[in-house]
Design a protein around this ligand. Structure first.
Ligand SMILES: Nc1nc2c(c(=O)[nH]1)N[C@H]1C(S)=C(S)[C@@H](COP(=O)(O)O)O[C@H]1N2
Ligand SMILES: [Mo]
Length: 595
């Protein structure tokens, strides 16, 4: 204990903010135990399901409802048909089409026909894509806005499926999330990003493995020659094909031996541009990698990566719709024979294999959401087993996040999480936190209790760093306080200590206090700190007064706000649900989510 414990007038008041503890009392919903099954009625703190709004894109200061694209697209299509039909009457166009009938010649050694592996890979690819797209949509709608800069400033989003950010000072990113129908999203529930991420990242590893095998086989069997444009004449040929389709006089089918040029270009873009771009922009959203590769991430922030990742999704969705339409309108039985049965005869084999495959697809599609809601722990463990090795690999790259400058500080940093509303907290707040004691205990040589004057008397550490919320928003702020290294020097962790657990004065959205465990080695990193100042002012209530954690190697949810105690432990198995933190226990997040 300090010889002179502080009185309220010794301490600076938290930064003025419209958010005060008194305001949050109404927030508390019914408390429930976390369990190995999800009750959609109470999940994530009983936030009611909210469907959001039709997608909108910002043009200047106006928002354009994308549903208008349906009638506009229809009118354009009709007009396009009329124009294409007219064009084909022109002698110049006719001679152009004779010169470029719609197909490039293949090299003499190009293979003909579809090998069996192609059929398998095509099926696995489409099967995996279902879960990837559905869980991806879920992740997107957990922060249903897209931005081009890392600041995530309300009103500066370019795309949203949610109303404008309300003026409510208590508005949190979690309140901003929306739900999806259970058979569209995976698992559909509002703020189910923890589970959606397991699906997305877990199935991604399978999809990537399939893709790598696909690339290898493509290049070892010569099949690549059928997917890569090898001559400039593909462009006039593709134009010719487009005119043929639009004028409703379709080119002859020859997919078994050679795709038409438009088809070739779309396949090429999908296989060699969209798919790798999905991977690159997916990795670009990783805080660990984005802080590691600063040169790239200053231009291509995680928000730009998220936006492009979404545009890749749009490409895939358009591709799927158009591809499937053409498969069924250009000789369905032959096309199904090619890809599902590797044969080019008039038999029904391909059709029946297709029907069986679709039965598997339907079962997988329909079962995924109920399975996730009934066995969330299983999904958490399976996802963690699939993506875990890659995550650990990236951790070894040693992210070493860096700092930003004053100019980079975001005009607005979203609030998130559950505000504390206990009498204990309110009393501390009203007394300027003079009664606040940070308790540090556990596997340490020197357990301590520190009041705020003592904390403020320790060497001052300041940093400007970027915050990454798992939900998708980010922002840069300046944090002032005590470096965790100074705390380590003070308390002297014992050799057995492996994890450092931070406990909050606030509850999580369900029962029990908010807490999170961090690996000890990340505590001595120069940018890991306990912050009592933000952007040059004492930390406000909403951002975690009197004290919050900054561990720049981790996602936002791990940065416990309103800290009351720190415990050094050898394992977190016996704490809470045993998963390493509040969100890990209750919302099925991973305890290592630095990517
Ligand atoms: N005690 C507590 N700490 C918490 C949370 C919470 O709900 N309770 N939410 C976390 C989440 S999800 C994020 S993104 C950050 C948000 O910090 P900010 O509100 O200062 O931006 O706080 C984290 N710390
Ligand atoms: Mo978060």
């Amino acid at each position: 204990m300090s010889p002179n414990p502080p009185v309220p007038s010794d301490l600076p008041a938290p930064a003025p903010s419209a958010v005060t503890p008194g305001l949050v009392h109404s927030f508390r919903d019914e408390l429930v135990e976390g369990a190995d099954v999800i009750d959609p009625a109470t999940f994530a703190g009983t936030i009611p399901q909210d469907r959001g709004i039709a997608p909108r894109v910002r043009v200047g200061s106006k928002w354009f409802n994308l549903l208008w694209l349906l009638p506009i697209g229809f009118v354009l299509l009709i007009a396009g048909v009329a124009v294409a039909k007219g064009l084909r009457e022109l002698p110049e166009v006719q001679s152009f089409m004779r010169q470029f009938p719609g197909m490039s010649e293949l090299p003499a050694d190009a293979p003909s026909g579809f090998p069996a592996w192609l059929g398998w890979q095509h099926f696995l690819n489409l099967f995996f894509m279902i879960f990837i797209i559905r869980s991806g949509a879920q992740i997107l709608t957990d922060h249903p806005r897209l931005y081009w800069t890392r600041h995530s400033t309300p009103g500066r989003d370019w795309f949203r499926v949610q109303k404008p950010v309300p003026a409510d000072p208590l508005w949190t990113a979690k309140k901003d999330s929306i739900s999806l129908p259970g058979q569209v999203g995976l698992p559909g529930l509002r703020h189910s990003i923890g589970l959606a991420r397991w699906w997305h990242l877990g199935v991604d590893t399978l999809w990537l493995a399939n893709g790598i095998v696909f690339y290898i086989l493509l290049f070892t069997t010569g099949q690549w020659m059928r997917l890569v444009p090898l001559h400039w004449d593909v462009f006039p040929n593709a134009l010719s094909v487009a005119i043929q389709y639009l004028s409703l006089d379709w080119p002859a089918e020859s997919g078994w031996s050679n795709y038409n040029s438009l088809q070739l270009l779309t396949y090429f873009v999908t296989v060699f541009i969209a798919a790798p771009l999905a991977l690159v922009t997916g990795l670009g959203m990783s805080p660990a990698l984005s802080t590691r590769f600063r040169r790239i991430s200053t231009v291509l922030s995680i928000q730009a990566a998220r936006s492009i990742h979404f545009l890749v999704l749009v490409w895939f969705l358009l591709f799927i719709i158009i591809h499937v339409t053409f498969v069924f309108t250009t000789g369905a039985r032959n096309n199904l024979n090619h890809i599902f049965a590797s044969r080019n005869d008039g038999s029904w084999a391909g059709f029946w294999i297709f029907v069986l495959s679709m039965a598997v697809v339907v079962i997988g599609w329909v079962a995924a959401t109920p399975l996730t809601i009934r066995h969330p722990r299983m999904i958490q463990r399976a996802g963690s087993a699939l993506i875990g090795p890659a995550q650990r690999l990236f951790e070894h790259i040693d992210a070493k996040p860096g700092q930003y400058t004053e100019d980079d500080i975001s005009p607005y940093l979203w609030h998130n999480g559950q505000y504390p509303d206990s009498e204990e907290y309110k009393a501390l707040f009203d007394g300027n936190f003079a009664g606040y004691r940070l308790k540090i205990d556990g596997l340490v040589e020197n357990p301590v209790e520190l009041d705020l004057l003592q904390l403020r008397a320790m060497p001052y550490h300041e940093q400007i760093t970027q915050h990454f919320c798992i939900q998708g928003w980010s922002g840069v702020a300046k944090w002032g306080g005590v470096s965790m290294q100074a705390i380590l020097d003070l308390v002297q962790p014992k050799p057995g200590a492996k994890w450092v657990v931070f406990y909050s004065l606030g509850d999580g959205p369900e029962k029990g206090i908010y807490y999170d465990a961090h690996p000890l080695e990340q505590m001595s990193y120069e940018l890991t700190m306990l912050a009592y100042d933000m952007n040059g002012e004492p930390l406000s209530f909403g951002h975690g007064a009197p004290l919050r954690l900054r561990n720049e190697n981790q996602l936002g949810f791990k940065m416990v706000k309103w800290i009351k105690g720190i415990e050094f432990v050898d394992t977190f198995d016996h704490l809470g649900g045993g998963f390493g933190g509040y969100n890990e226990d209750h919302e099925f997040f991973g305890y290592r989510q630095s990517i």
